[in-house]
Write a protein of this length. Structure first.
Lengths: 282, 355
């Protein structure tokens, strides 16, 4: 009886996911095994060429580079986000919702607008340079915009709220008496954090890290805008295959590999979360 | 080569457009009236209404953000759902080669007489058998004459800039023009397909990347206006948007030459409104209607009476608007390069992956 009820309740979600997620993914999967037509259409002859191309050093390098940038962004966002969540959770309970609200607020504005704001800040005639000049700095400042650093900054900024939310959840549920007990038993503040608080909130940290990584590795807007189009991340490569090179089969093959990488990480994260949800100390 | 419509937000548009396009285009196929697909803002906002009023048709306009987007849709549907489509000439050429274009019946387009003779001799379609040019122009250097010493006159001013310009130049991001700058600098054809020459150009462009601020298709003229960039590769029409905001901005075709680009109108074979489609092209070719594009998008149009009716001040303010058809025809037109398109994409990836 209960099963039938949940099945009934889940039907709309399942139907939606099947129609707009599973079916398109299967279509992409199939596309990857066909040939590109001379004029950009699809020639329905079976080939493994597209998948072979993905491991070609050139494209494999782009994959690695994307993973590096996404990893760096995820790491930085995790450190900043965890610290922020920790600080918020330490505030008096009644103030927490308001501070959280402010942390999430930028998320309500458009992604492009938020990214453009960095162009305004970082460009050579921008606010930061203007500020430095105003303070009397005369020399040429190093290029900030259209660099790899700018791309990482953009990704960290945009996805930080995910980490804050993910880490806040376990941290706010933490019973303060556990930390007190730890210090009563003679642990230093650092030991308490390392051996008690961090392990108990690690699932949130892992979730935040994986979210930022997965969202970053497929991102193509931030590298295009803040990287000045000078880097191709995997997302840009896929974009180019579908929208300029008109090589849908190759674009599909790259997407497939990208989806596989993302699924791997999400599975790992679920695994960590499952283990962590046991809670308590081991 | 694309109109002003391609704002910097096109990326996001393309992103959501790619998702929505399937739904929208199949919807359009159900409708009977004439369907025209064009870039946003590439013709007068009231053009369709005026055409409908004059012809009694119920034509409707649908938009595409890029050539590639509309090509994807047309190839997927075999052309069903569209009657008249605006595409750049290499793409019109592909549609023709795929047998998707309708041969034009010149008797139904009397305004073809308005075209400059040169506009009927474009290499991709001499005699306008399947396409009619809508706008045309060159690709060259757009720069701040008040901040750049001397007058740039070579593609190497962009590819190997003097110290003062290092990190202050941008190149177009679309493969054909990105590579085009290298082809022209080396004295090769803008449609080059020889692998050895492609490799040479790739190396040249990888070296040039080190002194580049950004690859930019959409905001390069604002970078000139703000002073972020001082010299950029630009389509002549787009340089005019910069000139409109800052009179110190100038446009020059380098001594090694330019490509000749042309945006065209084609009728699809699958169209079920061919008479109306011909009438629509004829309507656009009317001097008055066609002049709108020159006056508002600041692109040259291949329509003699339309160009002759332009205000002299416009030509003084935007000198590249005064380029003559024979000056334009001196440059090699971009053509469909077929299979070599794959090599182009790969080279662009190689350039992007370089440090």
């Amino acid at each position: 009886m209960q099963d039938r009820k949940s099945l009934f309740l889940m039907t709309p979600a399942l139907a939606w996911l099947t129609a707009f997620m599973v079916v398109p993914c299967l279509l992409i999967l199939t596309l990857a095994f066909f040939r590109r037509g001379v004029y950009g259409g699809i020639e329905y002859t079976f080939t493994l060429e597209n998948l072979r191309l993905v491991i070609d050093p050139l494209y494999a390098w782009i994959f690695l580079k994307s993973a590096w940038i996404a990893g760096l962004a995820a790491l930085i966002a995790s450190v900043i986000g965890y610290a922020a969540a920790f600080a918020i959770a330490a505030l008096p309970r009644r103030n927490q919702p308001l501070v959280l609200f402010f942390a999430i607020l930028p998320f309500w504005s458009n992604y492009l607008v938020r990214t453009y704001a960095w162009i305004v800040l970082l460009n050579r005639e921008g606010l930061i340079v203007g500020l430095a000049r105003g303070l009397g700095y005369e020399g040429e400042l190093p290029a900030m915009l259209y660099t790899e650093t700018a791309v990482v900054i953009g990704l960290v900024y945009n996805y930080l709220p995910f980490v804050i939310l993910a880490c806040y959840a376990p941290l706010s549920r933490l019973n303060p008496e556990i930390a007190e007990a730890s210090s009563d038993l003679g642990a230093s503040g650092w030991t308490t954090f390392r051996r008690v608080i961090l392990p108990m909130s690690f699932t949130g940290l892992a979730t935040g890290f994986v979210f930022v990584f997965v969202l970053s590795i497929g991102n193509f807007v931030t590298p295009a805008l803040l990287g000045g189009g000078q880097f191709q991340m995997v997302g840009n490569l896929v974009y180019a295959q579908f929208l300029t090179a008109n090589d849908w089969p190759f674009g599909a093959a790259i997407s497939m590999v990208l989806i596989a990488v993302m699924m791997l990480f999400l599975t790992l994260q679920t695994f960590v979360a499952e283990r962590g949800s046991g809670g308590g100390l081991r | 080569m694309k109109g002003k419509r391609l704002s910097a937000f096109a990326l996001a548009g393309a992103m959501s457009g790619a998702l929505a396009s399937g739904l929208i285009s199949s919807g359009a196929a159900l409708a009977d009236p004439l369907t025209v697909s064009n870039w946003d803002g590439y013709m007068a906002p009231d053009a369709i209404a005026k055409f409908n009023e004059a012809s009694g048709n119920t034509a409707e306009l649908v938009l595409h953000a890029t050539n590639e987007e509309i090509m994807g849709k047309i190839i997927a549907s075999g052309g069903k759902g569209y009657d008249v489509v605006f595409v750049s000439s290499p793409f019109a050429e592909v549609l023709f080669q795929m047998g998707l274009t309708e041969p034009l019946d010149h008797a139904k387009i009397p305004n073809l007489a308005n075209l400059y003779p040169e506009a009927t001799e474009l290499k991709h379609d001499p005699g306008n058998t399947f396409s009619v040019p809508y706008a045309w122009g060159t690709t060259g250097l757009c720069y701040r004459s008040d901040l750049v010493e001397g007058t740039p006159d070579s593609w190497f001013n962009l590819l190997a800039p003097v110290d003062a310009l290092k990190g202050k130049v941008t190149m177009l991001a679309t493969d054909r023009w990105l590579l085009g700058a290298g082809f022209l600098a080396k004295g090769y054809s803008v449609n080059e397909t020889d692998p050895a020459k492609l490799a040479e150009v790739r190396d040249l462009l990888i070296a040039a990347k080190k002194t580049l601020l950004a690859y930019d298709d959409t905001t390069f003229y604002s970078k000139l206006v703000s002073g972020e960039a001082l010299l950029v590769e630009a389509w002549d029409g787009w340089c005019n948007y910069g000139i409109a905001e800052n009179a110190d901005i100038r446009y020059v075709v380098p001594k090694e030459g330019s490509d000749l680009w042309a945006d065209t109108m084609v009728i699809l074979k699958a169209s079920e409104n061919k008479d109306a489609a011909h009438a629509f092209i004829n309507f656009i070719l009317d001097a008055e209607n066609h002049r709108w594009a020159a006056e508002n998008i600041l692109y040259k149009v291949p329509n003699k009476p339309a160009m002759e009716g332009l205000a002299p001040e416009l030509l003084t303010q935007f000198p590249n608007m005064a380029m003559t058809p024979s000056e334009l025809m001196a440059h090699e037109q971009l053509r469909n390069v077929g299979e070599a398109q794959r090599d182009y994409s790969r080279i662009v990836s190689e350039i992007m992956a370089s440090n």
